[in-house]
Design a protein around this ligand. Structure first.
Ligand code: IDP
Ligand code: MG
Length: 161
C-alpha cells in the first residue's frame, strides 16, 4: 500500500472514464457514476458530448489496424457519451477492475460489464488502461479549465490523510 510514502500526492491520481453510447441510451449513467462515488473516488470532471470522429480516432489510435476498428468508431460516434475524470488512490487500476473484462461474456459479476452488458461490441464503458494513457486521454477530452480541484470532506475517512 503506497499511500504512506506518497502522502497526499498518492490520492491525486486521475483516470478517464466514459459511458459509451449504449450506456447512455440504456440509462446507465447514474448507476455507473454511483459505483465510482460509492467506492470513494472523487469526481473532478464531467460532461455529456457528441464525440467527433477526429477525437475518437485519436482516442483509439492504437486500434487502427484492428478488424473491428471502423465498427468501433461508428458505434462510439452513434450518440452522446458521458466523459468523466475520477481521482483517487490507484484510481487507474481500480477503475479497470471495476469495469471488468473487455468482453462482457468474460467479465466477472460485480464489474460494470459483468453486471450490465452482454456483448463485446456494446460494452457500455471505457476506462484508461495506464497512468500515462490516462493523462493523454484526459487532455484529449477535457480542457484544463473543465477540471475542478476541490477538497473532499471524506478524504480523512477514505485515506486517513
Ligand atoms: P478496453 O475498452 O477494455 O480497454 P480495448 O482492447 O482497448 O478494450 O478495446 C477498445 C474497445 O474496442 C472495447 O472496449 C470494445 O468497445 C471494442 N472492441 C475491442 N475488441 C473488440 C472485438 O473483438 N470486437 C468488437 N469490438 C471490440
Ligand atoms: Mg483500452
Amino acid at each position: 500500500f503506497r499511500l504512506h510514502s506518497a502522502g497526499i500526492a498518492g490520492i491525486r491520481e486521475q483516470t478517464l472514464v466514459a459511458v459509451k453510447p449504449d450506456g447512455v441510451q440504456r440509462q446507465l449513467v447514474g448507476e455507473i457514476i454511483q459505483r465510482f462515488e460509492k467506492r470513494g473516488f472523487q469526481l473532478v470532471g464531467l460532461k455529456l458530448v457528441q464525440p467527433s470522429r477526429d477525437v475518437l480516432s485519436e482516442h483509439y489510435h492504437d486500434l487502427q489496424k484492428k478488424p473491428f476498428y471502423s465498427a468501433l468508431i461508428q458505434y462510439m460516434s452513434s450518440g452522446p457519451i458521458v466523459v468523466m475524470v475520477w481521482e483517487g488512490c490507484d484510481v487507474v487500476s481500480v477503475s479497470r477492475m471495476m469495469v471488468g473484462d473487455t468482453n462482457p461474456a468474460a467479465a466477472r459479476p460485480g464489474t460494470v460489464r459483468g453486471d450490465l452488458c452482454v456483448h463485446i461490441s456494446r460494452n457500455a464503458i471505457h476506462a484508461s488502461d495506464s497512468v500515462a494513457v490516462a493523462k493523454k486521454e484526459i487532455s484529449l477530452w477535457f480542457h484544463g479549465s473543465e477540471l475542478v480541484e476541490w477538497e473532499s470532506c471524506t478524504r480523512k475517512n477514505n485515506y486517513n490523510v
